[in-house]
Ligand binder design. Structure first.
Ligand code: ATP
Ligand code: MG
Length: 657
C-alpha cells in the first residue's frame, strides 16, 4: 500500500519577521550554511559553548549504529554548566527562577542561591549512598525543588527519572521498578485547581505491599519537601524531610567531571499511542542541543529576557526547556506551580503581565482552550512585553496559530512551531525567529545541523508537494541512546523500518510544500484511508477549527462498508459562538464546510459535538480511544488519560444520538 498522504489543506498566509528583529536575533541564516558545510564541526562549535573539564577531540562515533556517541572522550558536569559556571562568570545575582505558587506565593531564586541549594542536596544524596549511575525518582509539583532535585542528581553523576506529579501510585510504582530507583524525592502535596493535591500517599502506596509482586524493593530513602502542609504518614528510617536534611548540609560541593556519554535521565514518553517507553538520554550531546536550540529558537538574551515555558518538568519539554536549556544559557525564567485557570481563567496572562515575560513557550492544547473561552480574557492584561511565542506538542492548526499571534502576540511576534519528541531530546524542526518567513501550521525547516527528510515506505524522498513519513537521516547530539532495559525495543521501534538506510523513523506523517517546507500531518498510525485516499488527521482538524464555531476538533478513521474507512469528527465549540447561536444543525453545517474547505473526500461521515476530548496528561489528543468509540468497541487502555470520565461522557453522547 502506498504511504503517500494526500494533501488537501491550502494555507497561503505568510508572515515576515517584524522590523528590526533580525538585527538583534541570536540566530541567523549563516547557521544553516555553516552546518551544511561541516555538520560535525558545527555541533563541535556548539558543544564548546559549554564548559568541558576535559575537552573532547572526537565529535561523533557512529561505528555501531543505532548506538551513537557524541563528544565521547570529553568530560563535563551538567549541573556545573547550568549553575556554578554562571556564578563564576559574575552572574550569581541574576535571578534563575521566578517562582509563582498557585495560591499566589512567590520566590525569586538567584543563580548563587540555586547553586548552593543544589550543592546541599548533592551532599545529602551522596551521604545517603547515591552515586554515579544510581537512579533517583522525582515526583514533585512545579516548585523550585523539582529543578534543584534534577540538577543535584545530575551533579553527582546519578540518573533521574522524573514522574509527573499527576500520575497515580500505580504509574509511579511501575516507573520506580523499571528504573530500580534508590531514592524518591517527593512532596507532601502541591496546589492544583485551588486545593492541595497530595503526593506522598501515592509514594507510600507505590512502595507498600510488595509481597508476592516478585519485585525486589529498590528504594532506600524518600526525601519529602513540605509544600501542601497536608498530613502525611511517615516511615522512620526511610523518610526524611527536605527541610531537616538539606539546609543542614554544606553548600560546598565539587562538581566532578563525568564522561560525555554518562546517562543523565530516563523519561517515559507521554503514552499517546500506547505503553510509555523509558527513553534514555546522556549528558554532553543532550546539553549541547538543549542549550543551542533554546538560544536560537527562543532567541534568548540572558541579560534581558524573562522566559516562560509552561510545561511540567514531568515531560520532556520541562526537562529540556525548563531545566537544562535555559539554565545552561544563564536565563531568567518563570516557574508556575498551578493550572492555567486557577483561581481565574486569566491566570497565565496575569503572570506574563506581572513578570514582564518576553519569550513564551506553550502547547496547542492550551491555545485552543483559550480560544474556546474567548479573547476577552487575555485582552484584559498587558501582554506587550512578549516578543517570541513558541508552540510544541501537537500540530498547531493554522487558525490557532493565527489566534496566538494576533491575540497573544499583538499581531507582531514571530511564532515558532517546534517539532520534536521525547526521543529526540531537543527541537529538530522549527522556524528561527527573525530569520524565517513563517507559515501558520507548519514547523517548516530542520534546524541547523539536523537532517530531516520525508520519504515513502521504501525510504525514497517524496519530493516537494508530497506527503509521507518523517525521518531523521543522520544522528544528532541529543538523540536518545536507548530504551531503558530494552535495547531490542529501541532498535525495533525506531530503526528497523529503514534499517538499510540508517534512518530514524519518527512515527509521524509529514508533507513537503512547494518551497520544501515541512508540515506535520499527525501520527502515521492515525492516518485514515478513505476510498483509497490517505488523509491526515491534522488537515481535517485544521479545517474544522477554521470554522467560527469550533475551538477544537479530533478526527479519526472508523471502518466503513463502502469507503473502507470514514472520517468521524469530535468537535468542541467556542463559548462565544454558543452565546449567540444554537448548536442545532451545526453538524450538517460543519460537514459541508469541510467539503468546501478541503474537498468532498474529507467530509466527515459523523460529527459529534462534545464538551471534552480524551487527552494525555501532557494535553495531547488520544485518537485511538476515539477510534474505539467510533467503531463501537470497548475503549482500550486509558491509564495515561488525564481524566478517565471523559470517555464515558463521550460514549454516552454517541449512544444517545
Ligand atoms: P508515545 O510515544 O508514548 O505515544 P508521545 O509521542 O505523545 O507518546 P512525546 O514524546 O511527548 O510522546 O511527543 C512527541 C510527539 O508529539 C511527536 O512524535 C509528534 O507526534 C507530536 N508533536 C510534538 N511537537 C509537534 C509539533 N510541533 N507539530 C506536530 N506534532 C508535534
Ligand atoms: Mg511518541
Amino acid at each position: 500500500m502506498s504511504t503517500q498522504i494526500d494533501h488537501l489543506l491550502n494555507e497561503t498566509r505568510r508572515f515576515s519577521p517584524p522590523d528590526g528583529f533580525a538585527a538583534q536575533a541570536v540566530g541567523s541564516a549563516d547557521l544553516y550554511a555553516r552546518a551544511a558545510e561541516d555538520r560535525e564541526g558545527f555541533w563541535a562549535d556548539q558543544a564548546r559553548e559549554l564548559h568541558w573539564h576535559t575537552p573532547f577531540t572526537e565529535v561523533l562515533d557512529w561505528s555501531t549504529p543505532p548506538f551513537a556517541r557524541w563528544f565521547g572522550d570529553g568530560e563535563l558536569n551538567v549541573a556545573y554548566n547550568c549553575l556554578d559556571r554562571h556564578v563564576e562568570a559574575g552572574h550569581g545575582d541574576r535571578v534563575a527562577l521566578l517562582w509563582e505558587g498557585e495560591p499566589g506565593d512567590e520566590r525569586a531564586i538567584t543563580y548563587s542561591e540555586l547553586t548552593a541549594e543544589v550543592s546541599r542536596l548533592a551532599n545529602v544524596l551522596e551521604g545517603l549512598g547515591v552515586g554515579e549511575g544510581d537512579r533517583v525518582a522525582i515526583y514533585l509539583p512545579m516548585i523550585p525543588e523539582a529543578v534543584a532535585a534534577m540538577l543535584a542528581v545530575a551533579r553527582i553523576g546519578a540518573i533521574h527519572s522524573v514522574v509527573f506529579g499527576g500520575f497515580s501510585a500505580d504509574s509511579l510504582r511501575s516507573r520506580i521498578d523499571d528504573a530500580g530507583a534508590k531514592v524518591v524525592i517527593t512532596a507532601d502535596g502541591g496546589y492544583r485547581k485551588g486545593k492541595v493535591s497530595a503526593l506522598k500517599p501515592a509514594v507510600d502506596l507505590a512502595l507498600a505491599d510488595r509481597n508476592g509482586s516478585g519485585v525486589q524493593e529498590s528504594v532506600e530513602h524518600v526525601i519529602v519537601v513540605r509544600r501542601g502542609g497536608n498530613d502525611v504518614d511517615w516511615t522512620p528510617g526511610r523518610d526524611l524531610w527536605w527541610h531537616d536534611v538539606v539546609p543542614a548540609a554544606s553548600p560546598a560541593h565539587t562538581a566532578r567531571a563525568f564522561p560525555a556519554e554518562t546517562p543523565l535521565f530516563i523519561l517515559y514518553t507521554s503514552g499517546t499511542t500506547g505503553k510509555p517507553k523509558g527513553i534514555l538520554h546522556t549528558s554532553g550531546g543532550y546539553l549541547t542541543q538543549a542549550a543551542f536550540t533554546n538560544r536560537v529558537v527562543h532567541d534568548i538574551h540572558p541579560e534581558t529576557d524573562v522566559y516562560w515555558c509552561t510545561a511540567d518538568v514531568g515531560w520532556i519539554t520541562g526537562h529540556t526547556y525548563v531545566t537544562y536549556g535555559p539554565l545552561a544559557n544563564g536565563a531568567t525564567q518563570v516557574l508556575y506551580e498551578g493550572t492555567p485557570d486557577a483561581p481565574h481563567p486569566g491566570r497565565w496572562w496575569e503572570i506574563i503581565q506581572k513578570y514582564g515575560v518576553t519569550v513564551f513557550y506553550t502547547a496547542p492544547t492550551a491555545i485552543r482552550s483559550f480560544m474556546k473561552i474567548g479573547r476577552q480574557v487575555p485582552q484584559g492584561f498587558d501582554l506587550s512585553s512578549l516578543r517570541v511565542l513558541g508552540s510544541v506538542g501537537e500540530p498547531i492548526n493554522p487558525e490557532a496559530w493565527v489566534w496566538y499571534r494576533d491575540i497573544i502576540g499583538a499581531e507582531r511576534t514571530p511564532i515558532v512551531d517546534t517539532w520534536w519528541q521525547t526521543e529526540t531530546g531537543a527541537m529538530m524542526i522549527s522556524a528561527l525567529p527573525g530569520v524565517t518567513e513563517t507559515k501558520p501550521g507548519a514547523a517548516q525547516v530542520a534546524l541547523p545541523g539536523i537532517t530531516i527528510d520525508v520519504v515513502d515506505d521504501a525510504g525514497e524522498h517524496v519530493g516537494t508537494g508530497n506527503g509521507g513519513l518523517l525521518v531523521v537521516t543522520e544522528p544528532w547530539p541529543s538523540m536518545l541512546r536507548g530504551i531503558w532495559g530494552d535495547p531490542e525495543r529501541f532498535v525495533e521501534t525506531y530503526w528497523e523500518k529503514f534499517a538499510d538506510r540508517g534512518f530514524y523513523f519518527a512515527g509521524d506523517g509529514a508533507r513537503l510544500d512547494e518551497d520544501g517546507d515541512i508540515w506535520l500531518l499527525g501520527r502515521v498510525d492515525d492516518v485514515m484511508n478513505v476510498s483509497g485516499h490517505r488523509l491526515s488527521t491534522a488537515e481535517i482538524e485544521s479545517a474544522l477549527v477554521a470554522h467560527e464555531a469550533t475551538a477544537e476538533a479530533a478526527v479519526v478513521g472508523a471502518s466503513d462498508e463502502t469507503t473502507g474507512q470514514a472520517v468521524v469528527a469530535f468537535v468542541i465549540l467556542k463559548q462565544s459562538y454558543l452565546d449567540r447561536h444554537s448548536a442545532e444543525g451545526l453538524a450538517t453545517t460543519l460537514r459541508a464546510w469541510v467539503g468546501e474547505q478541503i474537498g468532498p473526500i474529507a467530509r466527515p461521515r459523523d460529527i459529534y459535538i462534545v464538551g471534552e476530548l480524551p487527552k494525555t496528561r501532557s494535553g495531547k489528543i488520544m485518537r485511538r480511544l476515539l477510534r474505539d468509540v467510533a467503531e463501537g468497541r470497548e475503549v482500550g487502555d486509558t491509564t495515561t488519560l488525564a481524566d478517565t470520565m471523559v470517555m464515558s461522557t463521550i460514549q454516552a453522547k454517541i449512544t444517545t444520538k
